[in-house]
Design a protein around this ligand. Sequence first.
Ligand code: MG
Ligand code: MG
Length: 257
Amino acid sequence: MIYYKTSEEVLKIKNSADILGRAHGEVAKYVKEGVKTSLLDKIAEEFIRDHGAVPSFKGYNGFPSSLCISVNEVVVHGFPSDYELKDGDIISVDCGVFHQGFHSDSAYTYPVGEVSPSVLALLRTTRDSLYLGIDQAIFGNRIGDIGHAIQKFVEAKGYTVVRELVGHGLGKKLHEAPEVPNYGKKGSGPLLKQGMVIAIEPMINLGSRNIVQERDGWTIRTADRKPSAHFEHTIAIFEDRTEVLTTHKYIEEIVKF
Ligand code: MG
Ligand code: MG
């Protein structure tokens, strides 16, 4: 069942998303060569708790950390660890914040140091595809319009769309209906109505779209071990507009590519 939010509830999600955006900005300061990904997790968790909120992911179905850290061929759901970032890596930082009873969720993939042109192009295309998806996330359209726009754009450039993992509604729960695939047919799926809050999160691969899950029960990587990129925003649908509730602006003040 899709739970439609009131304007007051959307405002609460926006407040949660504001803390989230600034937590991402704190993490962005430390994404560089030689930094352990566990440090990023510590910085995010401290910032979120210092602002009276709770990291959504920590303890979610047993997930051990506040961030999902997914490096290179890891698509999503990687654990922060003792791994030290190195020149040429890409790293997806996915974070959720729970505040005033509501979750927000967003992700960003960073280049570390000098990344190969082909991988940088994957990052840019995935980021652009998120905004093309958001452009279709308007009142009266359908969920399939979002995925169709993303899929058409990235496949035209030779990339592939992960199918098994999708975006989602969110609110009082981190994951609610509807599912928001990053592929699909125009005009298909649930209608976008006033009060829908969804996370759109394209996961785009340089090689084949196939993925495997590691034995840890969480980490998802590409089957061919080629890199994968991931960007995410939480948005709200209103009759007269769509609002992007999360922000990457604090990241992009620091990291430019
Ligand atoms: Mg999400
Ligand atoms: Mg996320």
